[in-house]
Design a protein around this ligand. Structure first.
Ligand code: THU
Length: 132
């Protein structure tokens, strides 16, 4: 699959966002190692704190469906500047996907591309737990 197809999937997923409080809709599309695409959108809650980001929805959907290996994630928001994943999402993506490619885009065009290790240098992960 080419990157623009993955971005288009994230754009479509964004349409399902429940962003009634921030009005900031985000879509994500996670590519599995065997070439499937699992999407997510942000889902907000009146308590605010129970809000979940598009990236984590996509990852938890994928994990719950048995996927365990991933190659890329596309994230789409309606901003001129790139909208990168928040800190907790970086940590979750690192845990389950490792150093995947993160493609950022808006409704019109790609805005940036990173390796997850650029966004989350010096991560805390299971390797450290195993040292004990
Ligand atoms: N949000 C995401 O879904 N992903 C991001 O990468 C950034 C932030 C959501 C959370 C919340 O619903 C809204 O955007 C504003 O923070």
């Amino acid at each position: 699959m080419n990157a623009s197809d993955l971005v288009d999937a994230a754009r479509r997923a964004r349409e399902h966002a429940h962003a009634a409080y921030s009005n900031f809709k985000v879509g994500a599309a996670l590519e599995t190692a065997d070439g499937r695409v699992i999407t997510g959108c942000n889902i907000e809650n009146a308590t605010y704190g129970l809000t979940i980001c598009a990236e984590r929805v996509a990852m938890f959907k994928a994990l719950s469906e048995g996927h365990r290996a991933f190659t890329r994630i596309a994230v789409v928001a309606d901003t001129e500047a790139p909208t990168p994943p928040c800190g907790p999402c970086r940590q979750i993506l690192w845990e389950f996907a490792g150093d995947i490619e993160v493609i950022l885009a808006n409704t019109e065009r790609e805005t940036a591309r990173f390796k997850l290790s650029e966004l989350l240098p010096h991560p805390f992960d299971a390797r450290l737990l195993k040292e004990k």
